[in-house]
Design a protein. Structure first.
Length: 235
């Protein structure tokens, strides 16, 4: 296999990794919620292939992509799953390693490893990678998760010719947007979560200037569904 072919393989791998729709092996849900009081949770994994068994490798990273010192133990990190079968990943929370006044969030990365081919030709084999959010929720947090989207505070910040919409979250729960529009224009970076007791900035799209803005948004709830759309005026 020559260098040119390897570069092409790496490029295609990156494209396929960006979309879970290519994966034969997938998690059963779009997110996982683990209560610290339960000490552990599980993520069901399904192999949709009718004829291919896969090795599955999985690991956790924080929101910056770091995989070191994650206070959650994931087992098994490597296993084989047969066609049309299910398996489970166990996630065990390490005691006293996480903030107790707010949620913590990690990415669970799941990579399917296809079997080796016996063909002698330069057949392209792609390892597809998907990921899902894992929310770790301490007990006794103030308020209800579904109320967090309603309590967001908004403002506009400007620097030079650029302006940002800033969401401030006073609650102990993360907010993930299903929809985030300004003056009927969708924000390209709406996938950025608003951290618990923190802020997130979203660049205003071209043609939208700071001033009277109508912000419409909805959030993804614990079950993967969407909340009702909220519209607020931001000056």
């Amino acid at each position: 296999m020559n260098l040119k072919f390897l570069k092409y393989t790496a490029l295609l791998l990156g494209i396929v990794s960006a979309s879970a729709s290519f994966a034969a092996v997938r998690p059963e849900s779009t997110r996982a919620l683990i209560y610290v009081s339960d000490k552990e949770g599980s993520v069901p994994i399904t192999n949709d292939s009718t004829d291919t068994a896969y090795l599955v490798q999985s690991w956790l990273v924080d929101l910056k992509g770091n995989d070191k010192n994650i206070p959650v133990i994931l087992t098994p990190p490597l296993f084989k799953i047969e066609p049309k079968k299910q398996a489970k990943l166990r996630l065990m929370v390490v005691p006293n390693q996480l903030p107790q006044d707010r949620e913590s969030v990690y990415w669970l990365v799941i990579q399917e490893i296809p079997p080796k081919t016996t063909a002698k030709s330069n057949e392209l084999v792609v390892a597809v990678r998907t990921r899902m959010k894992v929310f770790i929720r301490p007990q006794g947090l103030e308020g209800k998760p579904r109320e967090s989207v309603e309590k967001l505070n908004w403002r506009v910040e400007s620097s030079g010719k650029e302006s940002w919409l800033v969401a401030q979250n006073p609650t102990p729960y993360y907010v993930s947007f299903a929809e985030l529009d300004v003056n009927s224009k969708e924000l390209s970076d709406r996938r950025e979560m608003v951290p618990a007791k923190g802020e997130a900035r979203y660049r205003l799209p071209a043609g939208v200037s700071a001033g009277n803005l109508n912000v419409s948004y909805s959030a993804i709830n614990d079950f993967g569904g969407n909340s009702a759309v909220i519209t607020k005026s931001v000056k």
